[in-house]
Design a protein. Structure first.
Lengths: 257, 265
């Protein structure tokens, strides 16, 4: 398995009058093809900055980011992004929201529309295709946002705390749905979260970050069999991994051990 | 039954409006009667209505003239205003020149520049349309600029991550996002356009309700002035509600009118 996303000595410095802020410092990270990798860390550790840099939405100050074979130096084309807020357009129906990217690329046609409907049906929104976002609950809206990111069938999915604003039960639902979608499509996923349990449940590997400066402390593999039921979170193996992550964060002073 | 019920609730606002207007008219009639107000000061509503009914086609002719100038001036203001706003939002130079000039111009009482437009455009119909447009323009530009700028930066990130070009972002995201704000500007602008037309007709005209008012004043024909005012009030109200209706029809998603029914997750 070759690395699909590669960050080499990536640093991001925000210059301000009070001095430089090292949002990211010497990040080295490789995400393999079809791998699900999560980044966990305290808020303000630069994990969202890292995602924005990988997506090409913000330039890094030094170092390099590679997507497949090409260096990232602007908004990358073949990836889907899911943000913490669903960012659905109020004036478009669910279906038209999902098809937004195809309209920007001029590829909206019967085939992409059929794909969009199939995606929506897969996440249980088949009956809501022609509804408007304000008719949907928070969980349904975020499902719609995931379909929107997947509609062009990009090989890479970047997710920035996509379930952070949802209640715990809805979050569980979406975690297990996301796993199913991933198992079917095997996309390369970079998943940003501050939920340790969520990260372990979904990921092949979890990168633990510290704040100020934003550094990767340790990368912990999750060798649990898939598909994983939600109940796996009560297993000894699972708890030992979340314990390891908490320990790394505590040693760095990010959380109180 | 359901349709009738929803129609009944939908028309609640205009119904209350019409009923309270009728109540006011009855009160006015009684007050003039009991207090023996001379009719050259304040004529009773029955006399005002009678004045219109005495010569309805004559009134319609002047009403049509004023209405047409107002609507054309308003349409011109919307088209020019929205285009200007887009230019202002996309160009720093335009913001510093056009926008600054507009703000400076707006601080001049626009009634005071009406004579200038009569000299430039003439005393005919085009000068009324121009006045309506000039007075309405500012409200459209201000609110459209505001709407175009109030774009969530994350929405811009989303569009860029989808490979959107500036044109796509303008037409698919920025502009629809600004529509509620543009409609707010249009609601203010339609009343201003009517003001502009009347001001134009005051200064120099041979038709229109503004002209009728000015000529009636010189002969102390108070009933005729009140008749024109009544028509103007009705016209202004109808125009406002037409825009409101258009907004409801075009922007059913807009927050101020969405229903609060949400399914469970």
């Amino acid at each position: 398995m070759s690395p699909y996303i590669r960050v080499v000595k990536g640093s991001k410095i925000y210059r301000s009058r009070r001095g430089d802020v090292h949002a990211l410092e010497d990040i080295d990270l490789e995400i393999r093809d079809s791998e699900f990798l999560s980044i966990v860390g305290p808020s303000g550790c630069g994990k969202s900055t890292l995602m924005r840099c990988v997506a090409g939405l913000a330039p890094i100050s030094s170092g390099e980011i590679w997507l497949k074979g090409s260096r990232v130096d602007g908004p990358a084309q073949d990836l889907g992004v899911v943000f913490q807020r669903d960012l659905l357009l109020d004036w478009r129906t669910v279906l038209d929201n999902v098809l937004l990217a195809t309209e920007f690329r001029g590829t909206r046609n019967a085939a992409t529309e059929a794909r969009a409907v199939a995606l929506l049906e897969k996440v249980g929104l088949g009956a809501f295709v022609n509804r408007y976002p304000w008719e949907l609950s928070g969980g349904m809206r975020q499902r719609c946002a995931i379909c929107r990111a997947l509609v062009t069938d990009p090989p890479v999915l970047l997710m920035d705390e996509p379930f952070g604003a949802l209640d715990a039960l809805t979050r569980d639902d979406l975690n297990s749905e996301l796993q199913n979608v991933w198992l079917e499509s095997r996309k390369t996923v970079l998943f940003i979260t501050h939920g340790i349990s969520e990260a372990v449940f979904l990921s092949d590997r979890v990168a633990v970050m510290s704040a100020k400066p934003g550094r990767i402390l340790k990368i912990i593999p999750v060798a649990l069999p898939r598909p994983r039921p939600l109940s796996i979170r009560d297993s000894v193996e699972f708890i030992s991994i979340t314990g390891q992550i908490r320990q790394v964060l505590a040693q760095a002073g990010a959380i109180k051990g | 039954m359901g349709d009738l019920k929803s129609w009944w609730s939908y028309t609640a606002r205009p119904r209350v409006l019409i009923l309270s207007a009728l109540g006011l008219i009855v009160l006015w009639e009684l007050a003039v009667d009991f207090l023996r107000v001379p009719s050259f000061l304040v004529p009773a509503p029955s006399r005002v209505i009678g004045e219109i009914l005495k010569n309805p086609m004559w009134y319609w002719g002047h009403t049509y003239y004023t209405l047409l100038a107002t609507v054309l001036g308003f349409a011109l203001a919307v088209i020019i205003g929205v285009v200007l706003a887009v230019i202002i939002v996309y160009s720093r130079t335009a913001e510093q020149t056009i926008y600054a000039a507009l703000v400076a111009l707006n601080s001049i009482p626009k009634v005071a520049i009406a004579p200038l437009f009569i000299i430039w455009v003439g005393t005919g119909f085009p000068s009324k349309v121009t006045m309506a447009a000039v007075i309405a323009l500012f409200a459209i530009v201000i609110d459209t600029v505001l709407g175009l700028r109030s774009l969530d930066p994350e929405l811009l990130d989303l569009a860029r991550s989808m490979g959107a070009r500036p044109r796509g972002i303008l037409f698919k995201i920025r502009f629809p996002n600004a529509l509620p704000s543009i409609f707010a500007g249009m609601k203010v602008a339609i009343s201003l356009a009517l003001v502009g037309t009347i001001v134009g007709e005051f200064v120099a005209a041979s038709s229109g309700l503004g002209y009728v008012i000015v000529t009636a004043q010189s002969t102390f024909d108070t009933a005729r002035i009140f008749a024109s005012l009544l028509i103007l009030a009705v016209m202004g109200t109808i125009l406002f509600f037409l825009i409101d209706l258009l907004e409801r029809w075009l922007l059913p998603w807009h927050a101020s009118q969405r229903h609060q029914e949400q399914p469970e997750a």
